[in-house]
Design a protein around this ligand. Structure first.
Ligand code: SF4
Length: 328
């Protein structure tokens, strides 16, 4: 069992749900002609950021559908923001978050080297789930889920020394060998660049009205086996994260998990809206007495090694204690 488990208090901001991909398990994505399609305005984002700051959050998680600009109709929505690209818009939102006192962590799907380089100074860390290295029917209509493309993004992040979050999705049709191969690919990138701060082992949750509505969730045994394998394959300094709103963290802590990810006191999990975040009191019950420790979206090791920009320096140093965790 770990000596303690970590988590990060965050605000989850789904900047747009328009996405070029069509994953077989997704309920987040919308087409621009869908009344529920959305590109959040600056004012809407600022309101969430302000609420999050007041609630004691340190991180803002900006999420996007991938390369929405490739989807007909999106650019009209974007033009209403006054920005000519999503990259410019998110850069502006990151600056605003820093001004408010929150550390951005952007997960915008696949990005190229230049896009990552633009966002690096404005983000304490960034993320992209690898999900799997297997070629699966769940991703038949999702060009961005090509494993080679995703590994390239993760590798670029390493070249740029961006503290990075990635992970695998368990139960979307992949085999045990595929899981092992995915974890080995992540381990190889970390051995080369040293930038993977955490790997999420996330269980698939079937959603009604999706092509994969009848797929089963992975069993507890499968999740325990996967976390155990991850702890054997991943280098020691890579933290294994599991989601306490999707699975029982305690059984997975016994297999090597020691981080519970972002927990939001003010916003829902937009990707799994049916699964409420536990509050801190509930989290303490879930980990059954194991001490909880709050961290920032950048892990202590990367703070110590100075993997942050001048724009973020003051904020990171003011929020962290001498060990690099959240100052209390
Ligand atoms: S990339 Fe993400 S948002 Fe887009 S369809 Fe797939 S799961 Fe949904």
């Amino acid at each position: 069992m770990p000596e303690f488990v970590t988590f990060c208090r965050n605000v989850f901001v789904p900047v747009t749900n328009i996405c070029r991909n069509e994953c077989g398990y997704c309920t987040f994505r919308r087409s621009p002609d869908d009344p529920e399609s959305k590109l959040m305005t600056r004012e809407e984002v600022i309101s969430l950021l302000t609420d999050g700051k007041k609630a004691g959050c340190t991180e803002v998680l900006f999420t996007f559908g991938e390369y929405a600009e490739e989807v007909p109709g999106y650019r009209e929505l974007l033009s209403e923001t006054g920005f000519s690209s999503t990259l410019e818009y998110v850069s502006d939102l990151c600056r605003t978050a820093i001004d408010i006192g929150l550390l951005p962590h952007t997960n915008a799907g696949v990005l190229n080297y230049t896009e990552l380089e633009t966002l690096k100074p404005l983000n304490a860390s960034m993320g992209l789930m690898l999900e799997t290295t297997a070629d699966l029917s769940a991703h038949n209509n999702s060009p961005g889920k090509d494993p080679t493309t995703r590994l390239k993004t993760i590798s670029y992040a390493g070249e740029l020394r961006i503290p990075f979050t990635t992970g695998i999705l368990v139960g979307i049709g992949e085999t045990l060998d595929d899981r092992i191969n995915s974890l080995q690919s992540i381990a190889e990138l970390h051995e080369k660049h040293g930038h993977i701060q955490e790997v999420i082992i996330q269980n698939f949750m079937p959603k009604a009205n999706t092509p994969m509505a009848d797929y089963p969730s992975p069993s507890d045994e499968e999740m325990m086996q996967t976390v155990l394998i991850a702890s054997e394959i991943l280098p020691q300094d890579v933290i294994i994260q599991v989601a306490p709103n999707l699975t029982d963290p305690y059984i997975l802590m016994q297999c090597g998990a020691c981080d519970l990810g972002g927990i939001s006191p003010t916003t829902i999990d937009w990707i799994n809206p049916e699964a409420n975040w536990p509050d801190i009191k509930k989290l303490m019950q879930m980990v059954r007495g194991t001490p909880l420790r709050e961290r920032l979206p950048i892990y202590p090791k990367y703070i110590k090694n100075g993997w942050y920009s001048d724009q973020l320096k003051d904020l990171i140093l003011s929020l962290s204690d001498e060990e690099g965790y959240r100052k209390v």
